[in-house]
Design a protein around this ligand. Structure first.
Ligand code: ZN
Length: 391
């Protein structure tokens, strides 16, 4: 008697049994990968999980990464596609030599994965996708439901990484990953982390619902678009130390980050993103506004965000004029270093103090310059300080 074949229907209309000649598991109409998870109280629970894991291992070893509709406990392809071509799979932690160094098709359409999905240091030629669309050569997790985390730490993805319509109940991690195509995400219950990641294409997070934090700290965002304005992020969205190629991307991303940080009550991080947003706004202006604004507004007044950096600038300007008055030694009747210090201090603090103290118009110019700087910087310092510590 020949065992009957798995009746699971793929998206292309073919059945699993016809395509892979998978036989059914015991009395069920489906094969081991396509049967539902048994109850944890089921005496066969461990046996089924082990058989599912062994099947994943067997398929991977054979270079077959089509897991469409599979219900598996854990997917763990560590270091897949590296030069050594070795995969470590979790069920037995065996090293599996792989014939194909890179994965062309990684298909997780409609898959239900109970555990983590880990693709550390993997090189995936196609797209990783949780989208409904499916194309040849893509890596696809269409409509997948992942109850734990998704890990793509240090992975290089040469296509798109798309999580549209996927249900992810754990964290999503693209730490230090490089995504050469677009990145899109619809929702995650845990945190999403792109720390140190490089996103070369567009980022589409407009429809994202993230229940935790979304961190892009230290990420390199090279694309022309970063859609996140309508994303619902319950935690904080952060871009600390992130580099942006396009200032308009930086402006939108940092504005959204500022709003989420304010909602989360983290004022310091919100201020940081306000600073980055203003920096992006400056960079978008015409060159004859952009360049003068850099020393004045950004690195002079620090956009009113950093009182102590402002104070340091103030001290540097004060010290510069102390030296100037000391070296030129022609102002009023003062001479020597201590007198110059006193004069510079009063001149920068009291508008107009030094105007009548100059002996020649030539010496009047630096006095006026210092007076003008002081007249702006003291109020700016008071406002910045008050804004940061007294609201
Ligand atoms: Zn099947």
């Amino acid at each position: 008697m020949t065992a009957s074949l798995c009746e699971y229907k793929f998206r292309n209309g073919e059945t699993c049994g016809k395509t892979f000649e998978e036989e059914v598991y015991e009395t069920s109409p489906y094969c081991i990968l396509h049967i539902n998870f048994p109850d944890e109280s089921d005496p066969k629970y461990n046996d089924i999980i082990n058989k599912k894991n062994a099947k994943v291992q067997e398929k991977a070893q054979a270079g077959d990464f089509n897991f469409e509709g599979a219900k598996v406990f854990e997917i763990n392809f560590l270091r897949l596609g590296r030069d050594d071509g070795v995969a470590f799979l979790p069920s037995s932690f065996q090293c599996l030599p792989l014939k194909n160094r890179d994965i062309d098709v990684l298909n997780f359409c409609d898959a239900h994965i109970k555990g983590n999905v880990t693709l550390m240091e993997a090189t995936i030629q196609g797209n990783i996708s949780f989208k409904k669309a499916k194309r040849e050569g893509d890596v696809s997790f269409d409509d997948a439901e992942i109850q734990k985390d998704v890990w793509f730490k240090f992975a290089t993805i040469q296509g798109d990484a798309s999580f549209d319509l996927a249900k992810i109940y754990g964290k999503v991690s693209f730490v230090e990953a490089e995504i050469q195509g677009n990145t899109s995400l619809h929702g995650a219950k845990g945190d999403i982390s792109f720390i140190g990641a490089k996103i070369c294409g567009d980022a589409l997070f407009d429809k994202a619902k993230v229940e935790g934090d979304a961190s892009f700290d230290g990420a390199k965002i090279m694309g022309d678009n970063f859609f996140c304005r309508y994303a619902e992020i319950n935690g904080a969205l952060t871009f600390e130390g992130a580099a942006f190629k396009d200032p308009s991307v930086q402006e939108e991303a940092c504005r959204k980050a500022k709003q989420t940080c304010e909602q989360a009550g983290d004022r310091d991080i919100a201020d940081y993103h306000f600073y980055r947003e203003m920096e992006a706004k400056r960079k978008r202006k015409k060159w004859y506004i952009r360049y003068p604004e850099a020393p004045l507004l950004q690195y002079g007044l620090w956009f009113g965000v950093y009182p102590f950096r402002l104070l340091l600038n103030f001290a540097l300007i004060f010290a510069f004029f102390v030296c100037w008055f000391w070296v030129t030694n022609g102002v009023y009747t003062y001479s020597g270093l201590t007198d110059s210090m006193g004069f510079s201090f009063l001149n920068i603090l009291i508008p107009g103090y030094g105007i009548f103290a100059t002996t020649t118009p030539y010496h009047g110019v630096p006095v006026i310059v210092e007076t003008a700087i002081g007249a702006f910087m003291w109020p700016a310092f008071i406002v910045t300080f008050a804004r940061k510590y007294m609201r």
